[in-house]
Design a protein around this ligand. Structure first.
Ligand code: PRP
Ligand code: URA
Length: 203
């Protein structure tokens, strides 16, 4: 959980129903920067020799930059901020749309490297509701040999967290809030509504 006051103020802007799409996207961009910054504390580094204008010394860099995987559509709004912090990373894409009757994810895009053994992955999706979408995405990664998944989301419902825990997938979750519950339409309460529509408009 990232409880930083600046993160919570961006989350508040995203929750407010009157926030326009442009301001919503800006708040998501800034909040993503903070969530990824916190997640990256756990990334291993390596040391290497550098020269300052004054003297030789030792520098550091990420030992193994992660593959970034935004879950379309809503995760697209987290991609730029993450790539700005991790410019050495590559990006794959997973496209999922939740069926609004069964609440199960329907996959429409899978653009991922065939072999993810030894590659850490950062999954970007603002919403963890029932957990069906993130479980599906993380299973695609695990099926390709990934054993190190970090999921970055803005809001998580307890039901979704429990589902990911039960899945046994090799992941950790970084979020700005664990909300109360899901309603009968499987929306997060109090939540922020439909994260895709709030960024890009209804389809
Ligand atoms: C949203 C969200 C997650 C999913 C969460 O996407 O971005 O991917 O719902 O719900 P779940 O945990 O119950 O699976 P949605 O399917 O609405 O598609 P969109 O990103 O295109 O709006
Ligand atoms: N997807 C969203 O965008 N919002 C929710 O509250 C649940 C699923």
């Amino acid at each position: 959980m990232v409880n930083h006051p600046l993160a919570q103020s961006r989350l508040t802007a995203m929750r407010e129903a009157g926030t326009e799409p442009g301001s919503f996207r800006a708040a998501l961009h800034e909040l993503t920067t903070m969530l990824v910054y916190e997640a990256a504390r756990a990334f291993p580094i390596e040391r290497y020799p550098i020269e300052t204008p004054v003297a030789p010394t030792e520098g550091t860099r990420l030992a193994n930059p992660p593959l970034l995987v935004p879950v379309l559509r809503a995760g697209l709004g987290m991609a730029d901020a993450t790539l700005a912090l991790l410019p050495e990373s590559s990006m794959g894409f997973v496209g999922l749309a939740r069926d609004e009757e069964t609440f199960e994810p329907r996959a429409y895009l899978e653009s991922l490297p065939a072999d993810l053994a030894g590659i850490p992955v950062l999954v970007l999706d603002p919403m963890l509701a029932t957990g069906g979408s993130l479980e599906h995405c993380c299973r695609l990664l695990a099926d390709r040999g990934c054993t190190d998944i970090t999921v970055i989301c803005v809001l998580a419902a307890p039901e979704g967290i429990a589902r990911l825990e039960r899945s046994g997938l090799p992941l950790r979750l970084v979020t700005a809030s664990i909300d109360q519950e899901l309603n009968e339409k499987m929306y997060i309460v109090p939540g922020l509504g439909d994260a895709g529509d709030r960024q890009f408009g209804g389809m």
